[in-house]
Design a protein around this ligand. Structure first.
Ligand SMILES: [Zn+2]
Length: 59
């Protein structure tokens, strides 16, 4: 799963199985976190992208 998370309040801006363009996620929220109203940017220090890789069991 891919996550785009607010670095201040950990609000999940996006979560899904497919990678997403962060700029699109930010644009969706008007470049602000809807919870804490922190101004978001593309700087990796301000927006955390967590990637959780799930192991798939073989056939
Ligand atoms: Zn926030």
């Amino acid at each position: 799963m891919y996550y785009v998370v607010c670095s201040r309040c950990s609000y999940v801006l996006y979560s899904g199985e497919k990678p997403v363009e962060i700029i699109r996620v930010l644009a969706k929220y008007g470049d602000k976190c809807p919870r804490c109203l922190k101004k978001l940017s593309l700087e990796p220090k301000k927006v955390v992208v967590k990637v959780h890789k799930q192991k798939r069991s073989g056939p």
